[in-house]
Write a protein that binds this ligand. Structure first.
Ligand code: PMP
Ligand code: G9A
Length: 403
């Protein structure tokens, strides 16, 4: 075969594989217990109800549901999503809502409309890998700001922005996952949310608020989205049906200033014309019947014990010298091991023991985080969580002894 790779654009040559997506192939093997991918548990999928809803939609709205739709998305779905956002304190109408093919597509569109090669985006240390890869593909520089137990450290953020401005670098946006952060599991405190917005206003930069997990809270008080404090359009908010209904639907939504939404629509027209019309109808009908909130409660019932089992097993089995948070929601626990342990190298040993995780460096734009790892607890069964943590503990213990 001819090698035509010289034809690839410079941009394409810089694309990076997603460690998470690549790992999905490795961990498909049934004897491996995977804490790697951020997959919902299939036991949560409302298969029977969606069977009924599919029949209903096809019978009553088949002609529309099987047709192309507008790029903005199914009007009724946009309307109910705006209404739901309003309950969370976000002042929006359907004109502020764009339906996308997953929030991954929204992240890509954001990169496409905001980033020139060489532009600067600010992200968390650590941050969602899929977001980093989306922005990376538009050849931007990414500056990382560390997180602590209350999320991104806004004082460091402000210092960093000042430093960048001195070098005449004006960042375009800051990307945050404020609630049950992927991967670190932490929640940005309300005080910091407000401060973040003040910083955005002061330095005129956009906040990208990526919120797939906030409805999956197992304990503690809920915190309002940053967007709810925003009355000037500085926040572009996004959420997804992936973790509260089905990732196979490929459905998410963005809420933002009308001018930005209009620009996103034009970018999306060139990508896929419109989001899957059929699943938009199914999701709308699911909400219209009042099923979504009940369903979220069911998911919480399934995930809360998984979170508890994971934390308990870690406490019981991991050797001394580690730290692990107790996330109040979401799908991930975040582990820090002693400095000398490289979790990327240790992965080879973990696979030999038939257990998988995502090594922490993958989530850090500055190459740090080598001694950290992300553990997903939504996908494995309760028994697998216990057994997988035992296996991982064995691997860590061996690694600790190597010092
Ligand atoms: N953002 C974050 C923070 C995520 O964790 C994920 C999925 N794990 C996504 C975006 C992408 O989700 P989807 O495209 O399925 O909506
Ligand atoms: O399968 C994916 O890529 C979605 C999950 C993302 C994650 O593991 O963070």
């Amino acid at each position: 075969m001819r090698d035509l790779s010289r034809l690839f654009s410079d941009r394409a040559k810089k694309f990076r594989k997603s460690e998470i997506r690549e790992l999905l192939k490795v961990t498909e093997s049934p004897d491996i217990i995977s804490f790697a991918g951020g997959l919902p548990n299939p036991a949560t999928f409302p298969v029977k109800e969606l069977q009924d809803i599919s029949s209903y939609v096809l019978k009553n709205h088949g002609k529309e549901a099987l047709q192309y739709g507008t790029t903005e998305g199914y009007k009724e779905l946009r309307r109910v999503l705006a209404e739901r956002a309003y309950k969370d304190g976000i002042d929006a109408t359907e004109e502020n809502v764009l339906i996308t093919g997953g929030s991954q597509q929204a992240l890509d569109i954001i990169g496409k409309i905001f980033l020139e090669p060489g532009d600067t985006a600010i992200v968390g240390l650590p941050s969602y890998l899929g977001g980093l890869n989306a922005f990376r593909s538009y050849e931007c520089n990414m500056v990382g700001i560390p997180l602590d137990k209350d999320g991104i450290i806004v004082d460091i953020l402000e210092e960093k922005i000042k430093e960048l401005l001195k070098k005449e670098v004006i960042p375009k946006f800051i990307y945050v996952i404020p609630t049950f952060q992927n991967p670190a599991g932490v929640v940005l405190s309300e005080k910091r949310r407000k401060k973040l917005l003040d910083i955005a206003k002061e330095y005129d930069l956009l906040i990208i608020e990526d919120d797939p997990y906030s409805k999956l809270r197992y304990n503690g008080e809920s915190v309002k989205p940053i967007k709810s404090f925003d009355d000037e359009g500085y926040v572009l908010y996004m959420s997804t049906f992936s973790k509260i209904l089905s990732p196979g639907f490929r459905l998410a939504w963005v809420i933002g200033d009308e001018d930005i939404i209009k620009k996103m629509v034009i970018a999306k027209q060139a990508m896929d014309l419109c989001t899957n019309t059929f699943t938009q109808h199914l999701a709308y009908e699911f909400i219209r019947r009042g099923s979504l909130d009940l369903h979220i409660l069911k998911i919480i019932e399934i995930y809360k014990p998984k979170r508890d089992i994971m934390i308990k097993s870690v406490e019981e089995h991991f050797p001394e010298g580690y730290s692990c948070n107790r996330p109040e929601g979401g799908m991930f626990a975040w582990v820090t091991l002693p400095e000398h342990i490289d979790t990327e190298k240790m992965f080879i040993e973990a696979i030999k023991e038939k257990v998988a995780y995502v090594h922490g460096k993958a989530f850090h734009v500055d190459g740090s985080g080598g001694n950290t790892m992300r553990l997903n607890f939504s996908y494995p069964s309760n028994e697998q969580i216990e057994e997988g943590i035992k296996r991982l503990a064995k691997v860590i213990e061996k690694e600790m002894k190597k010092k």
